[in-house]
Structure formats: C-alpha cells, structure tokens
Write a protein that binds this ligand. Structure first.
Ligand code: GLY
Ligand code: MN
Ligand code: MN
Length: 457
C-alpha cells in the first residue's frame, strides 16, 4: 500500500544550504549593535517515563539559523574584529556515549557541515560566555527554554554588577530576540517553501490513504496509524502535532486526540494531521463520511464549509489583511447557516463577535502562520493592526462547523447532530495569487465520494 503511494511523491528537496543559514544570521545581526551578544539554547530533553525520553526536537529558531538539531547545544553570535562571529557549543565526540546514544558530529562536524565560524565543547560555555559578556552591553537571550542556560546568563550578568557600577562596562540589558527572529521567519525563502511543499505532499497522500481505508468498523487509531505510518515511510520525521482523528461526536471536539473509538457507517470522520519534514510543518484537515457517501445533512454542512474555505483562500492576496480570509470564511459560513435555518439572526447580527450565533458553531480562527512551527512565529497584529499579507508568508485556511449534540451550552439542531466538519489547507502568498501547498489532498465532494473506501489493501 505505502510503496505504491510513494511513487506519487517527488524526490526530497535539497536541504537548506550552509550559505543560506549564514545569510539568515547576517540578516539578524544587521539589526544588532556591535556590543550585542546573542545566546540561543537548545531545549532540554523531556522525560516520557523512567529512563525514557521523548524523541528530541530542538528549537525552531536554532534550526532556522543553523540547521543544527542536536540537544545540549548553545548558539552564540558576537561582534569581533570587524565582523559577526557565530559559534556553536555542542556535545563533544565520545565513543562510549556514541555507542549507546548514536553518532555525534562533535566540534569538527559542526564547523565542517554547519553555518558556524567556530565550534566548542559544550563544557566550555560558562567560561567563554563569561569573557564575551565583558564586551557586551545587551544580551539577546530568550528565557524559559533552557533553565540551565537561563541561570548561566543571569549569574554571568550579575557577576558584572560591580564592573558596571565602577567602570560602566558590562551588559545592562537582557532582551528577548524572539520578535526579531519571528519577523525573519515570517517570510519563507524558496528553500523553505521546497521543504514545506514536500511535507505537504506527504501529508496529502497520507490523508488520501486514510480515506481509502475508511469503512464501517474501522477505528480512529487504525486510520491514525495509516497516516502516521505513511509519514515515516515517506521520510518525514513524524507528525508536526499530535494527530486528531475523531468520528461522530468526536469530530466536534476541536483538538480531540484520544483516537480510540470505532467508526460507524453513518458518521463523519474529521482528521487533522500533518507531517514534519526537516523541521517544517504541514497541517491538513479533511472530513469525510465513513460510508463513502454524504447524507443530505452531512453534504449541506460540508458544502458550506468548503465554500467558506474557497472564499478564504481567494482572500489570500498580497496586500490583503491577515484578517481578510477569516472575515470571508465567517461571512460564507453565516450566510449558509442562515439559509439552512440554523441561525435566525440577520447576517450582521450572526457575525457579531460577542452576540452573533455563528460563534456557537464556529468558535476558532481561520488561520495561523505555518513554517518551522505548526503555529509559526510571527506577530498577527503588529501594534494592534492586522498584518498586510506579503509574498512568502504561509498560513493555514481552516474553517469548520461543529454540531456537538453532547454540548450543554447550545441547542444543537437535530438534523445536524454530531456532524463536525473542518477543511484545512496550507497556503503560500505569492504575487500571482494564493498557492495551496496541500492541493494534492482530495477535497471536493465528488473526489471524496470516489475515493473513500476504495482500493483497500
Ligand atoms: N492542528 C492544529 C491546528 O490546526 O491548528
Ligand atoms: Mn491549523
Ligand atoms: Mn490542523
């Protein structure tokens, strides 16, 4: 089953080059003063259970600037001799450790294959930071990622209190570099887009395979295993967020991840699952009838959500506001529900964020940025004003309608009881209009009805 599906996948794109990582570092440093120091830590391992850790995922900022993904690393940028110097502190080579835990690039590997001018054994971080801090006035460091490094930076800065008082030297401020990095990460390069296209294609095929294996009695976890199995088979590192696989009333729970129920023939299943490839996320939701044929009531809701999604994608134009797709989606959803008699308010009343009835059935946003993080870095409303869309920005478009008959807070229309539909694609903003990165994933009613339950292996 997977081998045949794999033939539809293009070959993997080239990884982002060392030159591009250097250029990203330079773009960041262009916003620094010469007496600034940047210190970025990898997060610590997270414990799963006794002696067992979760698979390691480093910080997206580190991947963005260096491509380096190992734990117990610290990245530093400082100005020295007329230029910015980047340094990486890494786990040193250690045969005994490598026998147990896997090969390490070490100091030599870091400088040979990654965008850093210098690399050091991570045991040297304290001493070297101490020296470099002497010349720094402002330290860019994001607290809360790695408590050990937080302590180190704080102690090193405090140690200079006397020097600051006596001689006016030493760092006077610790600032968070996240917003500077977020601004860079918001506009994707062609290499980043190539990685995202691949992650999107893997996820699109995975969703189609799950559609093909849907039938009465299939379980949510079986469909999850097909999707996540294909992610791995196709060379993705895994999921970009835990898969949401919910049929029947579970489809009306926005972030349902229990995935343990058996699917009934009369139910709609909602699957929100994305693959991660070289750190880049995809994020797709599709909803389909387990039987392979939409009932009239399921079809009515699906068509409204699809129309809303297409209208929102149309609004993904250079120069439009980040909020335009959301407004477009909400308008189509409200019009549809008024037409069906679910909402008895006027359109304006239905859309009112405080008192409108649309929010009973559509209670989330239509978009988020997507990139190295599935909910990617980037301020949505700088200074309180919605961001203007620019080429290279990537966002999801994911309207939905959720009729949870189990909810005590609403009077769910009987006809639509426990129908949950979300349709989500990942969209790149270009001067030629929106490009749907996840366009390979079946979405029209006809395509879905032709695919669901077909070609069971
Ligand atoms: N999968 C989470 C989201 O769609 O935002
Ligand atoms: Mn999403
Ligand atoms: Mn999603």
């Amino acid at each position: 089953m997977f081998a045949e599906a794999l033939t539809r996948l293009p070959s993997q794109p080239k990884p982002t080059s060392v030159e591009e990582h250097h250029a990203r570092q330079e773009r960041l440093a262009a916003q620094f003063r010469q007496d600034d120091l940047l210190v970025l830590a990898s997060p610590p391992h997270a414990v799963h259970s006794n002696d067992v850790e979760y698979p390691y995922r480093t910080s997206s900022d580190l991947i963005y600037l260096t491509g380096w993904t190992e734990a117990e690393s610290v990245f530093v940028m400082r100005y020295e001799n007329n230029g910015w110097v980047s340094a990486l502190f890494v786990q040193p080579k250690d045969t005994l450790k490598e026998i147990w835990e896997g090969r390490r690039p070490g100091v030599e590997g870091a400088t040979a294959d990654y965008a850093v001018h210098e690399a050091y054994n991570n045991h040297e971080i304290e001493d070297r930071l101490d020296v470099w801090l002497n010349d720094a006035r402002r330290v860019f460091h994001r607290g809360g990622i790695n408590p050990e490094l937080d302590r180190l930076v704080e102690t090193a800065v405090r140690r200079r209190d006397r020097a600051r008082q006596h001689f006016g030297t030493g760092p006077v401020a610790v600032e968070d570099p996240s917003s500077l990095l977020a601004e860079l990460r918001l506009r994707k390069s062609s290499s980043e887009i190539e990685q995202m296209v691949f992650a999107s294609k893997v996820a699109s095929i995975a969703h189609e395979l799950a559609m093909r294996h849907s039938r009465e009695g299939v379980t949510e976890y079986q469909l999850q295993s097909i999707i996540e199995g294909f992610f791995s088979y196709a060379g993705a590192s895994g999921w970009s967020y835990p898969s949401i696989v919910g049929c029947g009333e579970n489809a009306t729970i926005l972030h349902y991840t229990t995935n343990q129920d058996v699917c009934g023939d009369d139910e709609v299943i909602l699957i929100d699952a994305g693959a991660e490839f070289r750190g880049y996320a995809s994020d797709i939701t599709r909803s389909w009838p387990i039987s392979g044929r939409f009932t009239d009531s399921q079809r009515e809701i699906y068509q409204i959500v699809l129309d809303a999604q297409l209208a929102a994608i149309d609004a993904c134009q250079v120069g439009n506001l980040y909020t335009d797709p959301h407004d477009a989606a909400r308008t189509v959803l409200a019009e549809g529900l008024i037409r069906l008699g679910v909402i008895s308010q006027s359109l304006d009343e239905a859309l009112d964020p405080e008192t409108g009835d649309l929010r009973k059935w559509y209670m989330h946003n239509t978009s988020h940025w997507i990139g190295l993080d599935v909910h990617d870095a980037g301020v949505y409303k700088p200074g309180g004003t919605p961001r203007v869309l620019e080429p290279g920005m990537c966002l999801t478009i994911e309207p939905g309608l959720y009729f949870g008959a189990w909810r005590p807070d609403v009077d769910c229309p009987e006809r639509y009881a426990n129908i949950g539909i979300r349709i989500e694609d990942d969209v790149l903003i270009t001067t030629d209009g929106p490009v749907v990165l996840t366009a390979d994933c079946p979405k029209s009613i006809d395509d879905i009805e032709n695919i669901v339950g077909q070609d069971l292996a």
